[in-house]
Write a protein that binds this ligand. Structure first.
Ligand code: ADP
Ligand code: ZN
Ligand code: ZN
Length: 743
């Protein structure tokens, strides 16, 4: 073969095509004529390449493609990094597809599929993970020897007594501020440190198994009967035993020696979830989420690729993990917005997972009590298999929903007397109460009492929220923060009014109203420390708190057996959203939060405090439940050609100079309108984004809509090259959002 053999590599950065490199001379001279065999020796391998006087880490994604570049212009690559390829042909085909569907540079997609350590050139082999376990001395120390009042210490020591070894991420997930205690115990000789295999050994408690009810068994049977690829929607009310169905399916696939990937929402992955899976399956489950350090991520990636573990439970990015032998994919809470990556590479994990399963010819199961309109439509039209669980398992009754009309009532800190009265009754009966308010902080607006000045963010088009604990004003969009002013910046007066309710204020008020009850607030402010969310959720579940105050962090997946009453405040705002998905999101939130109530033997009630008791959305949800709401919503969407009956692509622009932003979008629009299209395609805008300014940049957007994915993609493809070549393309920030979830 000629020495001009070349490979195409994916590098991180805005390269619209993989870059070509020549093979190192010594290799090129030895290359055999068998191109097929030769490709195998390069595709998917990690290589070092020279790039602008630097050495970069890249992955070979193509061999000997004709790139039209003269060989004399190409540099040879430096060397391979590993003894084996990182990705096989199937993995690469999937990454290629993702890059082209989302119009993202392939290099960025490939890098998203690699743990950071491998991106920066660290060796493939693993150094092992540090774990702590009891020493011989430690085994003689029982929890009772620790001070009875040191609850945290006792809980942590108990964990060491129950399990053989704990890694830092496992500790992080279950405990906050464990480091000083572990350090002290190592110094006292109670714990020993070991660096070992990256799957920490644990003894797994056995779990209770339920025999599946009829609907569950039917669901399992249908998935098992499918051959090759098929996507299923498991539409099951809250508490209907969807997780039991997943576990039964997983067990079958494991028995065939295959691996399983389970995706869950960002905040649904608590240590309890992983423990439930491990106890049922009696084998380690590899967790992959944002709480892991680089080494642990590398480990998780590696054990799945090597086939050393069979089950991975992860958040959205886990879907890029290469698997040795994947046999089933599951995605729980499929409606959840955290599956959509909202910046950078804006992929939708649900859609990519379906595509991946299709390429691998394996089944995929999407589960939810409140399915997205997209998935419902696919299930109703027969494209997905439709599995339903209509009843709560374990004899629990469905929660009773009631609207609490508060028009004209005196509200104290946003709560009506009726709601307070119901709370008292529920508490007196020994139940737990959840008050749901989806706004953190003390008050969303701080106002000057004499002139009406309002605290607003100087970088964004948004109010500053008053936080009492820190006596400061914070922007929830860009993170800007300032102390509360001593005097009004406009008129110098010193009296301010905090308007509206946040969870902090609610907590203060409820503490006054219920002095003898314990209150637990769970929102982003009270769960900043690593592990503290899991800790608080654990306390809530064990019934350690009588009253829970929570934002949407509490809406998902959690199981609070003692909870009998849920009071929802301020849902009304969801009725008037400008986003066409606003009502869908509100309905999902309502049903999910309501679903936390009465999951055990005690029945649950849900009160929705509203000024809009006659609003059709509420009325329908109460009368016909989520299914009725969904049927109407789908009908409306069809009339308006909105998703899932139409497809959208959003071009977003952010610029310091708003004229440039608009000019760029106008130029794109002109290009689009000049393309002859065969099927109806529409372009809307440019318009300002729902939040017109953020972090000092003006935001505009242009919406493309078409009847099929194919025509939308073709339309954009027709202008893409010209858009990238536009003089403004390199001067302002812009991005493409295919299937946007917030428009
Ligand atoms: P979901 O995932 O649909 O919210 P879960 O799988 O968490 O529901 O199940 C809710 C509760 O019902 C759990 O406590 C679970 O152990 C119990 N459960 C599930 N399936 C059965 C069954 N077939 N018989 C008895 N209890 C069950
Ligand atoms: Zn003033
Ligand atoms: Zn801001």
């Amino acid at each position: 073969m000629t020495p001009s053999l070349r490979v195409q590599v994916a590098l991180p950065g805005p390269f619209w095509q993989p870059l070509s490199y020549l093979l190192p001379d010594d290799v090129a001279n030895q290359a055999t004529v068998d191109l097929q065999a030769w490709s195998q020796g390069w595709l998917g391998w990690r290589v070092a390449v020279p790039f602008r006087n630097q050495t970069k880490i890249a992955v070979v994604v193509g061999v000997n493609q004709d790139d039209g570049v003269d060989a004399s212009k190409l540099k040879p690559l430096l060397h391979k990094l590993d003894d084996e390829p990182l990705f096989n042909a199937q993995d690469l085909a999937f990454l290629h597809w993702a890059a082209s569907y989302y119009h993202e540079p392939l290099g960025e997609v490939v890098m998203a599929a690699l743990p950071k350590r491998l991106r920066v050139g660290k060796p493939l082999s693993l150094p092992g993970v540090v774990t702590w376990q009891r020493s011989v001395l430690g085994q003689t120390v029982s929890v009772d020897q620790l001070s009875a009042r040191a609850h945290k210490q006792r809980a942590l020591w108990q964990a060491f007594c129950d399990d053989q070894a704990w890694s830092s991420s496992q500790l992080n997930a279950a405990f906050s501020q464990w480091q000083p205690l572990v350090k002290r115990w190592v110094e006292q000789g109670w714990l020993v440190v070991s660096e070992g295999a990256c799957l920490a050994q644990k003894t797994l408690p056995a779990s209770v198994r339920h025999s599946l009810n009829e609907e569950q068994a039917a669901a399992v049977a249908q998935v098992q009967a499918s051959k090759g690829f098929r996507c299923f929607l498991l539409d099951g009310v809250t508490g209907s035993g969807k997780t039991e169905v997943y576990l039964a399916l997983i067990e079958q696939v494991l028995a065939q020696g295959k691996q399983v990937l389970v995706l869950v929402p960002e905040i649904g992955l608590t240590p309890q979830t992983a423990a439930r899976f491990e106890a049922y399956l009696q084998q380690p489950v590899v967790a992959l989420h944002s709480g892991l350090n680089d080494q642990e991520r590398h480990c998780a990636w590696q054990v799945m690729r090597r086939g050393e573990a069979q089950v991975m439970l992860g958040t959205r990015s886990a879907l890029f993990t290469p698997f040795a032998n994947l046999g089933l994919c599951i995605l729980d809470e499929e409606h959840d917005l955290s599956f959509k990556q909202q910046d950078g590479f804006r992929y939708y994990a649900r859609d990519l997972l379906i595509r991946r399963a299709q390429m691998l010819q394996i089944p995929v199961v999407l589960g939810s009590a409140t399915p997205s309109m997209e998935s419902l439509h696919n299930a109703q039209s027969g494209r997905f298999g439709y599995l339903r669980l209509s009843q709560r398992a374990a004899n629990a009754q469905p929660p009773q929903l009631r609207l609490l009309d508060v028009r004209g009532d005196r509200l104290q800190e946003g709560l009506s007397n009726k709601a307070l009265h119901q709370m008292r009754e529920a508490l007196a009966a020994g139940g737990q109460v959840l008050v749901f308010l989806n706004r953190r902080g003390f008050a969303p607006v701080l106002l000057c009492h004499s002139c009406g000045w309002q605290g607003s963010c100087s970088h964004c088009d948004a109010n500053l929220t008053y936080h009492q604990a820190s006596d400061s004003l914070k922007c929830h969009h860009c993170g800007f923060q300032q102390p509360k002013p001593k005097a009004c910046p406009a008129c110098g007066a010193t009296q301010f009014v905090a308007l509206g309710q946040g969870t902090e204020r609610l907590e203060q008020f409820l503490t006054q109203q219920f002095p003898t009850h314990s209150i637990l607030r769970i929102d982003r402010d009270t769960t900043r420390l690593k592990g503290s969310l899991a800790e608080k959720v654990g306390q809530a579940r064990d019934g350690a708190a009588d009253i829970l105050i929570g934002t949407q962090m509490l809406a998902k997946g959690h199981h609070f057996p003692k909870l009998t009453l849920v009071v929802m405040l301020d849902l009304d705002q969801g009725l008037f959203s400008v986003d066409f998905r606003g009502a869908e999101r509100m309905a999902q939130l309502l049903v999910q939060v309501a679903g936390r109530a009465g999951r055990a033997s005690q029945p649950g009630r849900v009160l929705i405090q509203t000024h809009q008791p006659e609003h059709p959305t509420y009325q329908q949800l109460l009368r016909e439940g989520y299914a009725g709401f969904a049927a109407d919503t789908l009908r409306d969407r069809q009339l308006a050609n909105l998703p899932p009956f139409g497809f959208q692509l959003l071009v977003r622009v952010e610029a310091v100079d708003s004229n440039q932003a608009v000019a760029f979008l106008e130029a794109i629009k002109d290009l689009l309108l000049a393309v002859p299209v065969s099927q109806p395609c529409e372009v809307w805008g440019p318009v300002t984004a729902p939040m017109a300014k953020r972090q000092n940049r003006w935001r505009y957007q242009l919406l493309l809509q078409a009847e099929t994915r194919g025509s939308l993609q073709a339309w954009w493809q027709a202008v893409a090259a010209d858009v990238y070549a536009h003089p403004l393309a390199n001067r302002i920030r812009w991005s493409i959002d295919v299937d946007p979830q917030e428009t």
